[in-house]
Design a protein around this ligand. Structure first.
Ligand SMILES: [Zn+2]
Length: 348
């Protein structure tokens, strides 16, 4: 990575356009080793946290090395609970059957439902046809940052016609090989029709956008009236960045350009023609585990414990998730989860 130079530029506030930043902490890439020192600032006018200076558009691609976690193929990357229909239960080989689907597990009333409730992080949502007012026709969905297309697979399995947009070439190619219609580039470069989609999805993508106001306007244009924009973002208003400081896993410098709070994302949505319908605090404690991992890795570089905790977020195993679930549920209940999922409706 040492030969890469990230070209940076000063920017005004990405929400209100003001040029009145308060300098906060300096940040560097503690995950992928992309060079450079970056700065988190707070807009004195609207309170939005953002990176300034930030990488120029032409340097953005260099901020995503080939070993970047979300681009690695993996099974059930964001949701560890397999969804298995009753009809298929009998077809699962006993060697692969998880305990909650085993014969004894199914014999205990409510055990499987309790397990699903306990470990459901609410990280991805597919609306019902009633929620998108699409009773007869095939619903059309668009996913921004679709990577290898695993969420597009889920939409297709539920009867959706799907399109994807992916900035990185290799994941886009893999999604296309699976049969999905995926555009390699930015949303502004696409030519989707006005009012084409019933829903637009973006999972942990908005914080990466160099100009979210422009992208939100484009999403608004392509959504049907009352269509839904459903996305997830890190919650920079929770306790984690204050507790972990520069070691907060979710800073993801220099890939995350915006650090939204519920207040600032609501403002951006309202100003770009959306009505925020629901803000869901995810039951997700992964960023806490990974942040502890980053602290340990820097304090004790000769031990692998820190790296293992950082990597836990990529492929979380089942039992640690079960033990951590009660903490995640309590934090979400107090609206202090590290990630939030937002459902917004196109107005007009
Ligand atoms: Zn501002």
């Amino acid at each position: 990575m040492s030969e890469i130079i990230i070209e940076c530029e000063e920017t005004t506030c990405l929400i209100c356009g003001a040029d009145n930043p308060q300098k906060l902490i300096k940040l560097k890439d503690r995950l992928c080793g992309v060079p450079g020192v970056y700065q988190k600032v707070r807009c004195r006018e609207c309170g939005h946290y953002y990176m300034n200076p930030r990488p120029k558009m032409e340097s953005i691609k260099d901020c995503y090395p080939s070993d970047y976690g979300p681009y690695q193929p993996k099974e059930q990357a964001t949701k560890a609970v397999p969804t298995v229909s009753e009809e298929n239960l009998e077809n699962i080989s006993s060697a692969k059957t998880p305990w909650y689907l085993s014969r004894w597990g199914r014999a205990i009333p409510g055990l499987r439902g309790f397990y699903y409730w306990l470990t459901e992080s609410k990280s991805e949502i597919i609306p019902t046809r009633t929620e998108i007012s699409c009773q007869g026709d095939t619903p059309q969905g668009l996913e921004l940052g679709c990577s290898h297309g695993s969420f597009l697979d889920k939409l297709v399995s539920e009867g959706w016609k799907v399109h994807g947009v992916e900035l990185s070439e290799q994941p886009a190619k893999i999604a296309r090989e699976k049969g999905h219609d995926v555009f390699h580039g930015t949303l502004e470069s696409t030519n989707f029709d006005d009012r084409q989609f019933d829903a637009v999805f973006a999972w942990m993508v908005i914080e990466h956008l160099i100009n979210p106001r422009v992208e939100f306007a484009e999403i608004h244009r392509t959504l049907k009236p009352d269509g839904l924009f459903i996305f997830s973002i890190p919650n920079s208003g929770c306790w984690e960045p204050y507790f972990f400081g520069r070691y907060w896993f979710t800073y993801e410098t220099p890939r995350h350009l915006n650090f939204f709070t519920t207040k600032t994302i609501r403002r951006l949505l309202t100003e770009t023609g959306f009505e925020p319908v629901e803000v869901i605090h995810q039951r997700n404690i992964f960023s806490v585990i990974a942040s502890i991992g980053i602290v340990l890795r820097e304090a004790t570089p000769f031990y692998r414990t820190g790296s293992r905790l950082v990597q836990f977020t990529d492929n979380p195993s089942m039992w640690p998730q079960i033990f951590l679930a009660p903490i995640a549920i309590i934090l979400a209940w107090f609206r202090q989860g590290g990630r939030i999922t937002i459902v917004a409706k196109r107005k007009g």
